[in-house]
Design a protein around this ligand. Structure first.
Ligand SMILES: NC(=O)c1ccc[n+]([C@@H]2O[C@H](COP(=O)([O-])OP(=O)(O)OC[C@H]3O[C@@H](n4cnc5c(N)ncnc54)[C@H](OP(=O)(O)O)[C@@H]3O)[C@@H](O)[C@H]2O)c1
Length: 225
């Protein structure tokens, strides 16, 4: 049993997702208000996005030689809504166990330092350890459903974590806000990045709905086949 997962993203018409560039062409708050209509009980982001927008600027510094070890789950508390961070090596520091009222769950691999788990427990932050060298996303989402009751998960970027979920067949739906703007920079992150180059067939989607939003933005929802 895993949560129904909707990848909710804002992009330019060329698929690029750098929010700082898109700010000029999208009405403030539209990403959040459309996301709220998807009624997730949790949202998840990759380590880079969490570090840019939510975690503390200074990274965690370990003093232990031990590693997080085999799979474990710590439920600091249950909540009506959760924020989930996917952070392979336990790099991120947090000022509290809540992000905008959502209880924080850190998902790390067995390579995270042992004292990182103590650090999280001391701050009232929940965690999941899964995957030997990298986070096992399929196992992570199953553990999130089983231990925290998460049924509807919003996957909110960036491109690499979205690519990881897509490749692991964990995306059920895509909710794309297509902003009337062009980025065009080769190096800018895109909606789905880092998928294994051996996968040479596009993932097929079925259109669910298209809604015109303020300012010429389109809200497009697709089901992943
Ligand atoms: N427009 C939007 O809707 C939107 C939404 C969110 C973010 N963004 C933008 O997206 C950009 C960041 O995107 P990004 O692709 O560079 O980073 P990202 O997807 O936020 O994070 C990628 C990192 O997550 C960690 N990770 C752990 N397990 C993974 C797995 N199985 N697959 C992939 N990654 C895994 C890796 O770091 P470790 O190895 O250190 O764990 C990886 O480098 C920023 O510019 C941000 O502002 C835009």
């Amino acid at each position: 049993m895993r949560p129904y997962t909707i990848c909710h993203m804002l992009s330019s018409i060329d698929g690029r997702i750098d929010g700082a560039v898109l700010r000029r062409v999208i009405p403030g708050g539209l990403y959040e208000s459309t996301g709220a209509r998807l009624r997730g009980d949790a949202w998840v982001c990759g380590r880079t996005t969490m570090e840019l927008h939510f975690a503390e600027k200074r990274r965690f510094r370990s003093r232990s030689r031990s590693r997080a070890g085999s799979r474990s789950v710590h439920v600091a508390r249950r909540s009506a809504s959760y924020a989930v961070s996917i952070d392979t090596l336990g790099k991120l520091r947090w000022s509290s166990g809540d992000l905008d009222g959502d209880h924080l769950i850190c998902v790390v691999s067995q390579r995270a330092p042992g004292d990182y788990l103590t650090y999280l427990r001391d701050r009232g932050i929940s965690y999941v350890v899964t995957g030997r060298t990298s986070v096992d996303l399929a196992s992570a989402v199953r553990l999130l459903a089983r231990h925290f009751g998460i049924r509807r998960l919003l996957l909110e970027g960036g491109g690499n974590i979205n690519g990881g979920f897509l490749q692991a067949h964990l995306v059920d739906e895509v909710s794309l806000l297509l902003a009337p703007g062009i980025d065009g920079r080769r190096e800018a992150p895109t909606v789905f990045d880092g998928v294994n180059p051996s996968l040479t067939n596009a993932v097929r989607l079925t259109l669910m709905s298209v809604k015109k939003q303020k300012n010429g933005t389109l809200w497009i929802r697709y089901k992943v086949i």
